[in-house]
Design a protein. Structure first.
Lengths: 410, 205
């Protein structure tokens, strides 16, 4: 079938959407190419003057069938695909996936690797929040914060590049720990970042937090009450901005978060401004977590679990011993077979609760791979927020939910 | 189970016992799990079984009472599974004959910090009561299940495709009989013939 582009398809307007004398509503199609929809989100808005009477987010323009692909790849082959779901926070996606597979296999990464996983996950949280802050402020009309945000984000991406060679789609974590050795100067790079970041964060706060234009655009906009937030299944800063205390790191600590002292910031009004404050405080808490991890992490020790069935053997040993070379060959060619069963693993992603639900039938390929991405669920609250609001506030609401369409559409 | 016990449970749960099990799913023995006992007592005819794997508790119920069970767990004063985390389905066609699908509902209790999974079997062509009247967040999740598996939810306010195009006529992609690369051959504009298919090296053993 060859698509003929010479004759455009006539657009049919259904009866209820046609303008009549008595009905003066207008349907406005925002996106999918609108710069403020953070990708390819399309929002079908029904307007009465400038007031929104109906809002229908239409998604799926970036759907690549990641779940179907997960059911046709071996376990270790799927890790790079998780990078491509939420591409501004790739290491967190890796983390959730490898933790789910490790839980399915019943193995655990060594202590040193767990500390470094926390450090990388918190750096990712800061990087993701910086992208959110820059684009969110840009949508509302503040141009300068995005330039400052990307200045600090560059330092984080440099750390990722030093560690694994990639900046965006890192494919950093392996099942059982890390397969790469730690570069000797990585600790210093992280320390430099931790020292410099609070001063940088002060720059954005002085630009935004007490700015009268910012306050009038964000205060009282997009209010979500606590019971409504729970009813919509919101997680992450969208839920905590409404004052509900649910952070997976505190509620159900994974890795070694129970050894680390940090606070969970909560909002009180549930509007765009409170969610902004919550995310700014989360970045400060992430710095606290990284500082404690750097103090506690052992300087020497294995970075991958010694589980010959499930974990790729260290590269050094592959070249040295016949057994490890055979193990490596089998691991790469055949994969490994976890026990039959099902697990659900949730982590606190920068956008909310990221869950992986894996059903295993005992073969090297997952039987069912489900990605519960936080922004897919959070985006459902957009019609609730937008009901009765002004047209110009929709960009603030889309920004405050913090969506990445690669993660919404999967 | 009193409120103090339920609140104390996550703190007592030692990390060393199950390090990969983040989350506390309640007592490991189904016979002692408060949610299992409560559901079995309230819905004796709908309760099928309760399974524990990797410290995760799964309750299987009859599909017709799924909404009642979720509502009961949400409103029970000692359980309060008030956050609907996920609704999804699994095509079990390669593992058993009937019923074909499993509806999987992941619940979380914010006050008690406990997770729970509810499952219900549904056959092709049967309908499932929608959870949207209880949890507004189930709306898109159920639309996705309908889109990917073709399972119809009763009383859903807006059941249409969500990730695929509205006029997608090739079926439901996450069913196991749907080929990875689709049913059809596509010709790109400017080409005469469809792109040759590369034989996949990935085979299920």
């Amino acid at each position: 079938m060859v698509i003929d582009f010479s004759h455009p398809t006539p657009v049919e307007i259904s009866e209820e959407r046609q303008l009549t004398e008595s009905r003066r509503e207008m349907v406005l199609n925002m996106g999918p190419q609108h710069p403020s929809t953070h990708g390819v989100l399309r929002v079908l808005l029904t307007l009465d003057g400038e007031v929104i009477t109906g809002c229908d987010p239409i998604i799926g323009y970036l759907h690549r069938g990641v779940e179907k692909l997960g059911e046709s790849h071996r376990y270790a082959q799927f890790t790079p695909w998780t990078d491509r779901t939420d591409y501004v926070a790739a290491p967190s996606n890796n983390l959730g996936y490898v933790l789910a597979v490790e839980k399915l296999c019943g193995i655990q990464a060594p202590e040193r690797a767990q500390y470094w996983r926390i450090i990388m996950a918190e750096l990712t949280r800061i990087a993701s929040h910086l992208v959110w802050l820059g684009t969110h402020a840009l949508d509302i009309g503040a141009l300068s914060p995005s330039l400052y945000c990307f200045r600090e984000r560059e330092m984080i991406l440099d750390i990722f590049e030093r560690f694994c060679g990639a900046r965006l789609t890192t494919n950093m974590m392996e099942i059982g720990g890390f397969s790469r050795p730690l570069p000797p100067d990585l600790t210093d790079m992280v320390k430099t970042f931790v020292e410099n970041f609070p001063a940088g964060q002060k720059d954005y706060e002085t630009l935004l937090s007490k700015n009268p234009i910012w306050l009038s655009r964000t205060r009282g906009v997009g209010v979500v009450e606590p019971d409504v937030a729970i009813n919509y299944g919101l997680t992450g800063a969208c839920l905590r901005g409404s004052g509900v205390n649910y952070d997976v790191r505190k509620a159900q600590p994974y890795l070694l978060y129970d050894r680390i002292d940090f606070d969970v910031p909560l909002g009180s009004h549930g509007d765009v401004y409170d969610r902004y404050l919550v995310r700014m405080e989360e970045m400060r808490q992430s710095i606290r977590i990284i500082t404690q991890c750097l103090e506690q992490v052992p300087t020497d020790g294995p970075m991958a679990a010694n589980e010959s069935n499930y974990v790729i053997p260290p590269h050094k040993n592959v070249l040295r011993t016949a057994e490890d070379m055979q193990r490596h060959f089998i691991w790469v060619i055949k994969g490994f077979s976890p026990p039959k069963g099902e697990v659900y693993m949730a982590i606190e992603h920068s956008k909310g609760e990221l869950g992986y639900y894996i059903v295993s039938d005992g073969s090297p390929i997952p039987y069912r791979m489900r990605l519960r991405t936080p922004d897919f669920v959070n985006l459902q609250s957009l019609p609730y927020m937008a009901q009765g609001a002004m047209l110009a506030d929709v960009v603030a609401m889309i920004g405050t939910i913090d969506i990445v369409l690669g993660s919404v559409d999967r | 189970m009193s409120e103090e016990q339920a609140n104390a449970a996550p703190a007592e749960h030692p990390v060393a016992v199950s390090p990969w099990a983040t989350g506390y799913w309640g007592p490991l023995d189904p016979e002692q799990h408060p949610a299992v006992l409560a559901v079995r007592e309230r819905f004796p005819e709908a309760f099928v079984d309760a399974v524990n794997f990797r410290d995760e508790m799964t309750i299987r119920v009859e599909r017709s009472r799924l909404r009642d069970v979720v509502e009961f767990l949400r409103d029970h004063p000692d359980l309060r599974y008030n956050l609907l985390t996920d609704v999804t389905a699994v095509d079990m066609v390669r593992l058993r004959t009937s019923p074909r699908f499993d509806i999987v509902v992941q619940l979380y209790s914010i006050p008690k910090r406990v997770r729970l999974r509810i499952k219900a079997g549904v056959d092709d062509g049967e309908t499932v009561p929608s959870l949207v009247p209880l949890h507004a967040g189930a709306n898109w999740l159920e639309r996705e299940v309908y889109d990917m598996f073709g399972i119809v939810f009763e009383d859903h306010p807006d059941l249409r495709r969500i990730l695929l195009a509205d006029d997608w006529d090739e079926g439901h992609p996450l069913r196991k009989d749907y080929p990875l690369r689709g049913f059809r051959e596509y010709v790109q504009p400017g080409f005469d013939a469809p792109a040759p298919r590369v034989r996949s090296r990935l085979r299920r053993p």
